[in-house]
Design a protein around this ligand. Structure first.
Ligand SMILES: O=P(O)(O)OC[C@H]1O[C@@H](O)[C@H](O)[C@@H]1O
Length: 257
């Protein structure tokens, strides 16, 4: 950087700081979880932060589900990963889908709090660092065009973009298409969720060359049964991807049905 560019960057940073300060006077920073006061915008207040059930090792290397005990005998697969291995390689999530994580996902998805995506993506980068380090590109679970038109944004893409940017990976916005308008997964049993998603995704012919042999990091907001991620991973692998890992913000620990 030349001295002139350096001075420009400093001036820009100072202006940005001033603008943030002025904005903070009008809109004081609030907690992304409960809306209470915080020091920084996009941060969680101490109560929400300590209320979030962050997922940490020991965990199942395939599903990323946490184990209650560390038996100290290396990475063990969960009984589910043995009985019902997923189509994707490995899954990781920031937190269990309890009150705080659910609140964040709901505000982002149903209350148009798009400003939360950056903070959530930063947490996902931390929890998924192993997967991010081994990925060649980032793909978001797509919405069908009708749902996208109704919601006006895809929450998975809002999370995937900053993850790709921070990791220096390409975000492949068109690599995967949702070709069937499926009903919402909410309220369906495990079998119903898998059935609902059958054949729902496809890699468009025009995108196959871009995916060929690449390790995909698939991003979504929540994993419940894994049916959505499995259907998306199946389509990506058929479309030429070498592997698919899954990174979500939250994981439903014990999906009913
Ligand atoms: O397919 P499973 O994992 O059961 O459910 C998770 C999906 O259900 C949707 O609400 C989420 O946005 C995610 O795409």
């Amino acid at each position: 950087m030349t001295p002139r560019q350096g001075a420009g960057a400093h001036a820009f940073a100072a202006l940005r700081g001033l603008a943030r300060g002025a904005l903070g006077l009008v809109y004081p920073p609030t907690c992304a979880g409960c809306g209470g006061a915080t020091a920084d915008s996009g941060a969680l207040c101490p109560a929400c932060w300590s209320g979030m059930r962050l997922i940490e090792a020991p965990l199942c290397p395939r599903y990323g589900t946490p184990f209650a005990l560390d038996l100290g005998i290396g990475p063990l697969l969960s009984p589910r990963a043995i009985a019902d291995p997923p189509v994707f390689g490995r899954a990781r999530a920031v937190a269990l889908y309890d009150e705080v994580a659910r609140g964040l996902v709901h505000r982002l998805k149903y209350e148009d709090r798009l400003d939360l995506a950056g903070a959530m993506a930063r947490m996902m980068l931390g929890s998924g660092r192993e997967l991010v380090a081994e990925a060649d590109c980032v793909v978001a679970v797509p919405l069908h065009r009708w749902r996208l038109w109704r919601r006006r944004f895809n929450q998975a893409a809002l999370l995937a973009r900053p993850i790709a940017r921070a990791a220096g990976l390409p975000f492949e916005a068109r690599a995967l298409a949702r070709i069937r308008a499926t009903r919402s997964q909410v309220g369906l049993s495990r079998a119903g969720r898998a059935e609902n998603l059958q054949g729902a995704f496809r890699v468009p012919d025009t995108q196959r060359a871009r995916l060929q042999g690449r390790r995909v990091l698939l991003v979504d907001d929540v994993t419940t049964t894994g049916a959505t991620a499995n259907a998306a991973a199946r389509a990506l692998l058929r479309g030429g991807a070498a592997s698919v890992d899954l990174l979500t913000f939250a994981l439903v620990g014990d999906p009913s049905g």
